[in-house]
Design a protein. Structure first.
Length: 395
């Protein structure tokens, strides 16, 4: 896998100071945790998933989750399991015939309902479970978490790493009176199994459902007070520098254009400054397609330290991944901070003469930035993510 493979090589050279590097499920966990990018969910009832993967139908796709949980009706479970197993066995057959290798596959996960289903599906998959990078554990909690992680650990080997991605989305996490005890309990549990935890995910839709809330395309998760407070506490617990996890941005639900009700989320200035009148026309196109809310939420995710995002439509893939690219200024600052971390100095002026880089306070940020830069790449100084989105999606 590699981000931006849909660019020609001359475009990569034009835009990137440091090009994105390839990664697979066999990459080191610390690095791979940042490599999920836009994680596309699709229901296990979807036919011909193996053909979509073989044909690379969804341009830019690097990770996907085949969902046996909320995307499947209670009366569809048996059929969904059978279809999922059949699709993965077909894909495994193609691999055994030499028509593809593990490195050709996106990072693939299944989202299961419970431990019993996980055992049932994994038994029927047999050796084909090696196609998967891991399993997504919905409604993860202290009571059921350990037995699930023990089962995941059974499949984790050096030859075929197998990871868990717990989703935080239960009432005990969102409700204030139980939240911190539950979060600390989950954190202590994950710490005992850290080698198999790839990512911590946030179930914003389930959280909203517990309060009868459904956000509009004009509203980010950070505009919903009860969600904002909960996400803040999740970040507080799981991104502490001494034992940090990569936390992914919650799902963006919208993809169809409807008449707008509220003020657009994108400011005019960046578009006008970069492209003049053409930039304003492009901004209008983004707004018409409800991409402005997605872009605003991703920017808020990144500002709060989240990396990557759950998506439900392939049109979101390129936008999510473009916005996670590291800027030249960020990269140079991060590189200089790490170089200076030997302790000889405590603070220094940025090469860009616009900020002070304090070595100890900014070291953890610098380390994360360098990891992201290896996967998403670094833009040349004269380019911004606006240029990249314009090139990727609308040209």
């Amino acid at each position: 896998m590699e981000f931006f493979t849909y660019f020609y090589e001359n475009d990569i050279k034009r835009f990137f100071f440091q090009k994105p590097q390839a990664f697979t499920k066999y990459s080191k966990r610390e690095l791979l945790s940042y490599g999920l990018g836009a994680t596309l969910y699709m229901p296990a009832t979807r036919p011909n998933i193996h053909q979509e993967i073989l044909s690379k139908k969804h341009e830019g796709l690097t990770s996907l989750v085949i969902d046996l949980e909320d995307a499947v009706g209670d009366n569809e479970v048996t059929d969904a399991e059978a279809l999922l197993i059949n699709e993965l066995l077909k894909l495994y057959s193609e691999l055994n015939r030499g028509f593809l290798s593990y490195t050709d596959l996106p990072l693939m996960f299944i989202r299961i309902r419970n431990l019993e289903q996980f055992k049932r599906v994994s038994e029927q998959l047999g050796d084909a479970i090696s196609l998967l990078t891991g399993v997504v554990l919905p409604k993860f909690n202290v009571e059921n978490g350990e037995e699930l992680l023990v089962e995941v650990l059974r499949f984790h080997t050096v030859e075929h790493p197998f990871y868990a991605m717990p989703i935080l989305e239960t009432a005990k996490v969102i409700q204030k009176e139980t939240r911190m005890e539950e979060l600390m309990g989950i954190k202590n549990l994950l710490d005992r199994y850290k080698d198999i935890i790839l990512n911590v995910r946030i179930g914003a839709t389930d959280f909203c459902g517990l309060y009868g809330i459904r956000r509009s395309a004009d509203t980010t998760v950070y505009d919903i007070a009860v969600l904002r407070d909960c996400i803040s506490d999740i970040i507080n617990v799981f991104q502490r520098f001494e034992s940090a996890y990569v936390v992914s941005g919650p799902v963006w639900e919208y993809f169809s254009a409807k008449k707008r009700m509220l003020k657009p989320q994108l400011r005019q200035t960046p578009f006008r400054e970069r492209y003049g009148d053409e930039g304003l026309k492009w901004r209008a196109k983004l707004i018409d397609e409800h991409m402005d809310g997605l872009i605003q939420e991703i920017l808020m995710d990144i500002a709060n330290g989240l990396t990557g995002k759950t998506i439900i439509h392939p049109s979101h893939i390129k936008v999510v991944q473009a916005l996670n690219v590291v800027s030249y200024e960020e990269f140079i600052d991060a590189t200089n901070i790490i170089k200076a971390s030997t302790g000889e100095i405590g603070v220094m002026k940025s090469n860009f003469s616009n900020k002070m880089n304090e070595i100890k306070p900014h070291f953890y940020w610098a380390k994360k930035t360098i990891l992201k830069s290896q996967l998403y790449g670094v833009l040349h100084e004269e380019f911004t993510t606006i240029d990249l989105i314009k090139k990727e999606v609308y040209v």
